[in-house]
Design a protein around this ligand. Structure first.
Ligand SMILES: Cc1cc2nc3c(=O)[nH]c(=O)nc-3n(C[C@H](O)[C@H](O)[C@H](O)COP(=O)(O)OP(=O)(O)OC[C@H]3O[C@@H](n4cnc5c(N)ncnc54)[C@H](O)[C@@H]3O)c2cc1C
Length: 421
């Protein structure tokens, strides 16, 4: 069965949905709010076999996808290696995944600068209204409009993102600017710093235009830092005094917020990461939020990707989860028609999203675990370091549960949406 579909949001989740539906013969129109081509979001993306296979299924290129890594390495505060682990993985960039998906869509199917404001499910079709007053109608509507989704806001007004209590600072360093003495020991690896109260993961990715040549790549730093909820509005206020809700565009982050971040880095991070940060382009931060929708479809309307559920970045799963949503959506509506297909889609994807969401929260909790004030400040003795290192940004096949640090027993998996803070 095929038909017409409107996809709201033209980022990776929307592109995957559009590509998967198009591959099954659906006629798709994508409306993306941003008036300019999207670029550079999220910087580094860790890939999984599932993601590569999903790209292949929608006929997107996986050639030269990213940088191949073989080893994970944890450093202590003094810069010594405290743990090594063999874990081959390809790390790519947000831009690369966006580009290969974008190329799968025919011209005219993707409209930029078009914002959908509401939908009307009319039973035998669904109609959307855009901010310029234009209307469009189709058999199926997919809300792939991110964690602040307007489509979810109308469908499930009680589901709102909750602030986790910490932010992620991200920065990119050009390989040519990377400190010379750290190029062989730090640059080639998936690096960790795992003290109690903060966390760094960092790895090399392609350079601009997917340049994979040694000397032309970049190094991607991801640094989780606690920010009291009372301090967040101040950090989200720009130089003009405008307070942004939920996130702030990177160029608008105030210099004094960056200065405070640098002082914190000097205090808490290994010297080697401070030096790498000093060599980076302007760092930017994103508060970490959680939400999980109890259903991912109603009537003729589906939610996918971050609009449906956010798995915190620790699992490196956002893109793969969006791909899994897209493939399941296209399979189900093509096999069973829109209404039955969407019910099957929701039944399949809510538990799967819940697993990624829950595992991500468990990983996040391991940054701020209970302990004495000075425990593991040097990053040498994380109680479940091995689990954190082999679970971070690894596809949760079989759901690896954190062993209890005292008994060594594996905790019972939680298969329901998690409600703990
Ligand atoms: C620090 C960090 C690291 C990450 N690392 C990884 C990783 O290693 N691996 C991984 O898989 N994932 C990772 N992710 C997650 C990943 O980036 C997202 O989960 C993924 O991009 C899914 O995005 P999406 O398309 O669902 O939503 P978004 O990327 O938020 O896109 C939503 C789109 O909808 C558009 N839009 C919004 N409202 C409207 C409207 N009303 N009308 C029209 N358009 C609209 C927006 O402009 C936007 O383009 C990471 C995230 C972070 C923050």
């Amino acid at each position: 069965m095929t038909g017409t579909a409107i996809v709201v949001g033209g980022s990776i989740g929307g592109l995957f949905a559009a590509a998967a539906l198009s591959a099954k013969g659906w006629q798709v129109r994508v409306y993306e709010r941003s008036p300019v081509e999207l670029a550079g979001r999220g910087a580094g993306i860790v890939t999984h076999e599932k993601l590569i296979s999903a790209l292949e299924q929608v006929s997107a290129s996986t050639r030269n996808l990213g940088v191949s890594l073989t080893e994970r390495v944890a450093f202590d505060k003094a810069g010594n290696v405290v743990h090594r682990m063999h874990l081959p993985q390809i790390v790519t960039s947000w831009d690369r995944v966006y580009q290969v998906l974008r190329q799968t869509l025919p011209n005219g199917a993707y409209q930029q600068g078009r914002s959908v404001v509401r939908f009307d499910d009319r039973g035998d079709s669904v109609r959307v209204e855009l901010d310029d007053g234009m209307r469009d109608e189709a058999d199926l509507l997919v809300g792939a409009d991110g964690f602040r989704s307007a489509i979810r806001g109308q469908m499930l007004p009680d589901v709102t993102p909750q602030y986790s209590g910490y932010v992620v600072w991200r920065a990119l360093v050009r390989e040519a600017d990377f400190p010379e003495d750290l190029r062989n020991t730090v640059f080639p690896h998936f690096g960790f710093f795992l003290p109690r109260g903060t966390q760094i993961i960092a790895y090399p990715i392609a350079g601009p235009d997917n340049d994979l040549r040694p000397g032309h790549r970049r190094y991607n730093i991801v640094w989780y830092s606690r920010v009291d909820p009372a301090d967040l509005p101040g950090m989200l206020t720009d130089t003009a005094g405008t307070q942004h809700t939920l996130t702030i565009p990177p160029p608008k982050v105030r210099d004094d917020v960056l200065d405070a971040m640098k002082a914190e880095a000097e205090r808490d991070l290994p010297r080697l990461f401070v030096r790498i940060l000093d060599s980076s382009e302007r760092p930017f931060f994103t508060p970490i939020y959680d939400h999980q929708s109890p259903v991912m479809a109603q009537g003729r309307v589906a939610l996918s990707g971050d609009a449906a559920c956010v798995a915190r970045p620790h699992v490196g799963m956002g893109v793969t989860k969006a791909a899994d949503d897209a493939l399941a959506l296209a399979d189900n509506v093509s096999a069973q028609g829109v209404k039955d297909g969407l019910m099957a889609y929701s039944a399949e994807r809510v538990p799967a999203s819940g697993e990624a969401h829950h595992l991500a929260r468990e990983l996040g909790a391991q940054i701020f675990y209970e302990g004495a004030a000075d425990e593991n400040r040097d990053g040498r003795d994380h109680p479940v370091r091995d689990w954190v290192m082999k679970t971070t940004a690894v596809y949760p096949g079989g759901h690896r549960h954190r062993p209890d640090p005292v008994s060594g027993q594996v905790l019972v998996p939680c298969r329901t949406p998690c409600s703990r803070a």
